[in-house]
Design a protein around this ligand. Structure first.
Ligand SMILES: Cc1cc2nc3c(=O)[nH]c(=O)nc-3n(C[C@H](O)[C@H](O)[C@H](O)COP(=O)(O)OP(=O)(O)OC[C@H]3O[C@@H](n4cnc5c(N)ncnc54)[C@H](O)[C@@H]3O)c2cc1C
Ligand code: FES
Length: 259
């Protein structure tokens, strides 16, 4: 089955900390088709309201039974309105979206998730574990309150190195500080990355320097989410081509696009 547009029942919409929230919705028609790094477009405005008109994009952070889980940061109008959704109400979801995902043929992965970008990697971690692959996840934020997925990590039993810039949790410093060593520890390693633009750029630079393959899940601003508005493009390197993050992505070989 392809993309589904559905009014899904909210199971829980809960504040976590800082400006982060968890949204759980019932979506039995969607859950079977999700790939790691699939995303959804969610309409945050209520029925018969048209502001904001456009849906907002969110990574599908987990699939639990017939539920989709989303972790989100409150930024502007759309995400603010999303926090007003209560259990039992319905929210319009278009999913699963995206056509290109993380390659699965490396022996070892270093997972690099910055801030809410960790939610774009959590399903891939579950998938790698299911496949019996070896991987090391890193999760970096400025302050502890931005670590929205700590509970999820604990419940799912993942061994994650957490970095906070102010030292309020885990290791003090940047997510990139041990990256070279970790990426070179095992043969046939690739990096899987999602997070703020500056962090991704820094990671890609390191990957290039040590010549380790690097795949990024991009979060450009999106209007449609399925390839028609051309609003989310990035430029391919060494060609004049632009590719749509929502349709040709969201995952790209970091060495082949201009970040
Ligand atoms: C494929 C994809 C997956 C995403 N997954 C998640 C997720 O799992 N959790 C989550 O919290 N967010 C995620 N985002 C980002 C999310 O879509 C934006 O934060 C959201 O659209 C902001 O809407 P708003 O109406 O609250 O803010 P707006 O009023 O539209 O904008 C407010 C501020 O947020 C910034 N902003 C808006 N969109 C983005 C964006 N795409 N990336 C970075 N900054 C942005 C703007 O520059 C502005 O400063 C994802 C985006 C994409 C494209
Ligand atoms: S968001 Fe419309 S083409 Fe990508």
């Amino acid at each position: 089955m392809g993309i589904v547009d559905k009014e899904c029942e909210v199971v829980e919409n809960r504040f976590i900390s800082g400006r982060t929230w968890l949204l759980r919705v019932k979506a039995p028609e969607i859950v079977d088709n999700i790939k790691p790094a699939s995303f959804a477009m969610i309409r945050s405005s209520f029925e018969y309201q048209y502001d904001p008109l456009l849906r907002r994009a969110f990574a599908i952070a987990d699939v639990v039974g017939d539920e989709l889980w989303f972790y989100y940061d409150v930024y502007g109008k759309g995400t603010k309105l999303l926090t007003e959704r209560k259990a039992g109400e319905r929210v319009s979801i278009l999913a699963p979206l995206g056509n290109r995902f993380f390659p699965e043929d490396y022996e070892h992965y270093v997972i690099v998730g910055g801030g809410i970008g960790f939610a774009g990697l959590s399903l891939f971690m579950k998938h790698l574990r299911k496949m019996g692959k070896s991987f090391k996840p890193l999760y970096g934020v400025r302050r502890r309150e931005q670590l929205s997925m700590l509970e999820w990590i604990e419940e799912n039993g993942f061994d994650v190195i957490v970095y906070t810039e102010d030292g309020s949790f885990g290791k003090k410093g940047l997510i990139t500080q041990d990256l070279k060593e970790l990426a070179l520890e095992k043969p046939n390693t690739a990096l899987a990355v999602c997070g703020p633009h500056g962090m991704m750029k820094a990671v890609v630079e390191i990957a290039r320097e040590i010549n380790v393959p690097c795949f990024v899940s991009l979060e450009s601003r999106m209007a449609c989410g399925f390839g028609i508005c051309i609003g989310c493009v990035v430029k391919e390197k060494e060609s004049d081509n632009y590719v749509r993050v929502c349709y040709e992505g969201p995952v790209f070989d970091a060495f082949k696009i201009e970040l």
